[in-house]
Design a protein around this ligand. Sequence first.
Ligand code: NAD
Length: 392
Amino acid sequence: MTTAALPGLLAVSGLQGCGNSDHQSTGESATDSTGSAAGRSESSGRKLGIALVGLGKYSEGQLAPALEETNLCKLAGIVTGSPEKAEKWKKKYDIPAKNAYNYQTFDQIADNPDIDIIYVVLPNSLHAEYVIRAAKAGKHVICEKPLATSAADAQKMIDACKKAGVKFSVGYRLHFEPYNREIMRLGQQKVYGPVKKIYAQNGQKEGYDTPWRLDKKLAGGGPLPDVGVYCIQGAIYTKGEVPIAVSAKYHPKTDLKKFKEVEEGMDFQLHFADGAIAECRTSYNDEYNLLRGETDQGWFELSPAYAYEGQKGQTKEGKLDFEKVNQQARQMDAFADCVLNNKETTVPGEMGLRDVQLLEAIYRAADTGQKVSTKDVIQNAFDPVAAKATAS
Ligand code: NAD
């Protein structure tokens, strides 16, 4: 890292030990593995400053409100092409003019000590450019899913962050959500035995309100990279393994105008080494939201599984009941904790790359009708705490 990016923090909290992964030495309580901040008070040190790049629906509706609930970081800057939005956000969130950038002035953020972390929340194909520019500016980076529209781009993003010595995470919020963490535990710890079958379905009725989602160049695809990526995630963190092969079939198009460039929906299968199969389904023309694991002795499921809130779950033993959390607040606090205490994120850029590699394999399978091997897909990008996860 770039301790240079954190002069205020070093001065206030004496965190010279950013190279020290033992948080006891900082005298601060850190976040636990789910990102729930265990109680750093603001007076114990400056909160890390996050700048949001792209002030669209997700930034406005989820991330900015979540940053009002975080303990280790706060909204400190914005990057937008719209002067009107900049004015509105500066007022609403008390952001000084010097912390508001547009896409042309963005690189000057390198000189701004208020900004420690840049969060890229742009249409998918723009992720690569802005992550690379953020890394070059010496800032730690979070990037929204899907990480990129090609594995080649995702690799360039990872390389740029490595070269700059900054931390890099993909915005997989569900790794910080108690119901999904319980599914990781039940599946990966084989609580009811090895998982043999997984059902992962995520679909929504897509309108025209974010037209870039229907534009192949900007989105990289249709529902598969947008919401289907959660099925890939869910299946892998339920099984605790990367599949060895994938197969896939496009849904027939019922709206040729809307889905001129991207698929309307798809069924795909992830095949695991022990014969287990994840049956996955994604769509922009139907609503579903399910993650279910089945073993010889039992089952568990979430529905909805992937929503921002309101997860519901049950197992063969009864209903699951966990606390309601703000997933995005936990996700961003967990990343801030990694920066503050030089820890590895549980959702690294490599995990995003792995999933982009799988997305590419799934498209190849759907295009050819063949089962496609995933032997070249990254194997070791895992949430390392998942196997120990408790749902607290
Ligand atoms: P959005 O269209 O609402 O916002 C995108 C923003 O990018 C807008 O402010 C737009 O003005 C700006 N932009 C800059 N250049 C643009 C260009 N050339 N074309 C179009 N817009 C441009 O989209 P969103 O729903 O906020 O999604 C943004 C990113 O966040 C996507 O990568 C998406 O996958 C991700 N996302 C993640 C979640 C999640 O749960 N993790 C949820 C929603 C969106």
